[in-house]
Design a protein around this ligand. Sequence first.
Ligand code: F6R
Length: 589
Amino acid sequence: MCGIIGYKGNKNAAEFILSGLSMLEYRGYDSWGVAIKKDNKISTFKKIGKISDRTKKDEIATGTIGMGHTRWATHGGITHENAHPHTNENGNIAIVHNGIIENYQKLKKSLKEKGHEFLSETDTEVIAHLIEEYEKDFDFFEAFKKALNDIEGSFAIVCMHKDKNELICARRDSPMVVGVNHKSKEYFVASDVPAFLEHTRDVIFMDDNEIVVINDKPTFYNLLNGKKVEKKEQHITWDIAQAKKGDFEHFMLKEIKEQKETLKNAISQKDEIIENIANKINSGFGVFFVASGTSLNAAKSAAYMFSKHAKKHVNVVDASEFEYYKDFLTPKTLMITISQSGETADVLSAVKTAKKIGVEIISIVNVMGSSLERQSNAALLMNAGPEICVVATKTYTSQLAILHLIVYAVSGRLKRGKEWLKYAADHVDELTNQSEITKLENLALRLKDCHHMYIIGRGLSYPTALEAALKIKEVSYIHAEAFAGGSLKHGPLALIEKGTPLIVFAPKDETFNQTITNTIEAKARGAFIIGVSPEDNEAFDFHINVPDLNGTSPIANIIPIQVFAYYLAVLKGLDPDMPRNLAKSVTVK
Ligand code: F6R
């Protein structure tokens, strides 16, 4: 959470920083701020709200070196004082930070005793004062290094000193990537690649406990011992068009509509890599799928797929609960983590726990160079391109497709699995053609003011129901709750009254008849039934037609509900790309 960017070049830094911040806004949008250095002076500008709400009056200083921050509040409320950048008292040192300083209270107390005065309630401000304190006895580089070595917790930090024509940055357990354009002699540092994708695709991913000093060029050092580190440049294949809205009003709809393409990319994995993972699953002593949020719903779907198509038991654990499962692990256990960002703190913490026991980690991840990719023994990239909308859509179906490939490889039928997936990819476009979109928009218009919605599915469709509920509540703030079809009668049926919307996933599989029975039970109590099915049924008040995709039905069935959720938000006047209180990369536990 929080997006940071730094620029060092020969043009007006503010332009690069502001455009970079707007690309990073999905990471946090409580407040934003910029610091620019020119002629031994640092000027800062901060504002509450979204960078997209910036007005012409918000004047930012000019200069060729600077930094910016878009905040997702943790320590301290959403105030002007708590917005980044933070400085020491005399404004010599400016800092932007993503992460959590766990021992900040102790550090703050000792700095206060030494006479430092604090302006904000943030943990970050401590760093600027701590560097200043060390600068009394050491040069700036040494002071920066010493200050960061006193810190417990996670950080990606960009720092400037009024007398230094450089950026000095460091990371530990929070993402940070350096963008290089040697030709124009422009260098960037950011939380994520889209921040500078328009200007370069050549990047250097920073590892934990590394410092980079960006002067004439970036030079890397080990944060613990100060020794130089050699780093490799990598070329990113993401396209800037993928990171821009184009003709769409919101990223959410753009990304929903990209799914034909992203599914094809997800399927194009090398057979030998998928088969190798399948062999590990077959020989592993216990397989754990670990993920959060939408990625967890994909893992839940995989558990049903493994049971149905590969007759294989796998465990699915919410990453935030993984710690409490660690006694089941042995060095023979296999852990498969799923994460769009590859930066989710709960997932990374689960990986740390498992690695201590010697567990092998395989990851399914979208962001190349992410912490998760680099901490895993092997990683499969989703190749979905950047997902900018805070809520996950296209990457969910990419995850399902990759999991499907693995399931079929485990049962020795990878070729058959691929054929099904290609068929699914060829049919998803019809779910978002103009007439379907208009139909779903009308449904959203009818239901946008309701306070509760329920969703049911059985078997493979139960995780789809969970994901549908998550999508609806995230963007529309309507209370949406999913149940296994058979569990309605065990209590939740009491919630149904005249007109209560009930979305029913009813693919033409072995669950169909019982799902319809559960639907009729709810209809008899007045529920307004929205059936998502390849076949209309008299139990449905509203039918959403989906292609009959057999085992790959979860891929298609979620898409109309993604569109429906999108219109619920838009018609309520909400921004589906940036729902309240949320951020894209959840880098805190
Ligand atoms: C839901 C959503 C979140 C994420 C979750 C995990 O739309 O976006 O629930 O799925 O925070 O994120 P990743 O997949 O990046 O680990």
